[in-house]
Design a protein around this ligand. Structure first.
Ligand code: NDP
Length: 446
């Protein structure tokens, strides 16, 4: 980075948060994009915006005790990082996964600030979760965990303060249990969590939104470069919420999805993945992706997840988890003719993988823009809850599509303004940042 102030702030982050590798990676990536902004806007440096934006407004860490099916007490650690409320109440998901620690939650919360800003909706950035692993737990155990988690978190949230949502490990079941617990403790029925069931305030199209939105954004990026999904071969990592609905929309747009994965391995089906089977296995029966080949003998299953990037494709959509796409995988993709990588997961490509994309002129859709459809639709769920009204699927989906088109346009325009045409990562970071930065400056030193 050329800008001395950004280097100093980065040094400070390394000095006090050196043990939070993912958070440092996220800040570094954003700051590198903001280098020309810092040069052009000394007023933002004077207002302390760069120094302030890397420090969460509030971090809450708490004990989550719960009783398992054997009657034994288990203890997990809960987190909520309320990162930035300059443009609206904190908004961001809750991740339940054994790998969760403060560095993961802070990286996700930091990214969320810019993502939420890009949607054009009034939402600040936050994130939370726990190192609890819902995998292999009974419904009753998941419920007891969620109730205990809410027994603490409820006092820090509210429809005008902080509105959590789903993420890895937190789906409709977990949100339902958390909403029930919140409602009971507070004795109020408000839109305090998003991703709720349809019968109690959830929005149509929220389930599909991140995957659909990813395809809407990617389609805009392809169109701007004279291409489209029609007739293209696509590889999608993961087989959770984002991956499933990215597959559905890409297929509807005329592409063929030939590979998907879970954390154990990946499947390749040259005939195109049978999505109904994936939904049945992963959403209903909570089984492993390898079971797909039992009913689809033409498909192959391979152990280990990295190999998915060796499957030849035109378009790759990483939709599993952070840092899942490394430099060597990026090189494999390029070698096999892939020309577009668009991110459904948060920070799935390592910095060196991104360097490979840039060096090979790959169309690269960064997560904070490409996967913003989920939180955008959560914002629409909040609006419907406030109105005490529900829009139909088509209305929500149309708004989502419009938002994703606008996000692409903002990234494209910001990149051009700073002479970085085609660098949508820089465009996303700059456009997302500037709106929040202006609000922080206007609100003074808080
Ligand atoms: P889910 O829990 O529904 O699914 C995650 C999927 O990724 C599962 O299939 C899981 O497999 C798989 N997975 C986990 N680790 C790996 C790995 N190392 N390699 C391959 N597959 C792996 O989560 P979501 O789909 O909701 O989230 C996926 C990503 O998208 C996350 O980064 C999340 O932060 C991001 N995101 C999600 C949004 C949403 O609306 N849900 C919104 C914006 C971003 P297994 O079943 O074996 O665990």
């Amino acid at each position: 980075m050329k800008n001395q102030h950004l280097n100093e702030v980065m040094e400070q982050v390394r000095a006090i948060d050196g043990d939070q590798a993912e958070f440092i990676q996220a800040v570094q990536e954003v700051f590198e994009s903001l280098d020309p902004v810092a040069e052009a806007r000394p007023d933002l440096i004077k207002a302390g915006v760069f120094k302030r934006i890397v420090e969460p407004e509030r971090q809450i860490i708490f004990r989550v005790p719960w009783i398992d099916d054997n009657g034994d007490i288990q203890v997990n650690r809960g987190y909520r990082v309320q990162f930035n409320s300059a443009i609206g109440p904190y908004k961001g998901g809750l991740r339940l996964h054994p790998s969760v620690y403060i560095g993961i939650i802070k990286f996700l919360g930091f990214e969320q600030i810019f993502k939420n800003s890009l949607t054009g909706l009034p939402m600040g950035g936050g994130k939370g979760g726990s190192n609890f692993d819902p995998k292999g737990k009974s419904d009753a155990e998941v419920m007891r965990f969620c109730q205990s988690f809410m027994t603490e978190l409820y006092r820090h949230m509210g429809p005008d303060c902080d509105i959590p949502a789903g993420d890895i490990g937190t789906g409709a079941r977990e949100i339902g249990y958390m909403f029930g617990a919140y409602k009971r403790i507070r004795n109020e029925f408000t839109g305090v969590l998003t991703g709720k069931g349809l019968s109690f305030g959830g929005s149509l199209a929220r389930t599909e939104a991140t995957g659909f939105g990813l395809c809407y954004f990617t389609n805009e990026m392809l169109k701007a470069n004279g291409k489209g999904f029609d007739g293209q071969t696509v590889v999608i990592s993961g087989s959770g919420n984002v991956a499933t609905y990215a597959n559905q929309k890409a297929t509807e747009m005329g592409a063929k999805v030939v590979a998907m994965s879970d954390s154990s391995g990946y499947i390749v089906d040259k005939d195109g993945i049978d999505l109904d089977c994936i939904k049945q296995l992963k959403e209903v029966e909570r089984r492993r992706i390898k079971d797909y080949v039992d009913t689809h003998p033409q498909a192959e299953y391979h152990e280990g997840c990295n190999g998915i990037w060796t499957v030849p494709c035109d378009i790759a959509l990483p939709c599993a988890t952070q840092n899942e796409l490394t430099m060597s995988s990026a090189k494999e993709l390029v070698k096999n003719g892939c020309y577009c990588v668009s991110e459904g997961a948060n920070m799935p490509s390592t910095p060196r993988a991104i360097d490979v994309f840039k060096g090979s002129n790959i169309l690269y859709g960064p997560a904070k823009a490409a996967n913003a459809g989920g939180v955008a639709t959560s914002g629409l769920e909040m609006s419907q809850n406030s109105l005490r009204y529900s829009w139909d699927f088509e209305q929500v989906d149309n708004r989502l599509q419009g938002i994703m088109e606008n996000i692409f346009a903002s990234c494209d325009q910001a990149a051009k303004e700073f002479n970085l045409e085609g660098n949508y990562m820089a465009g996303a970071n700059i456009a997302g940042f500037l709106k929040v930065a202006e609000a922080m400056k206007a609100q003074g030193c808080v």
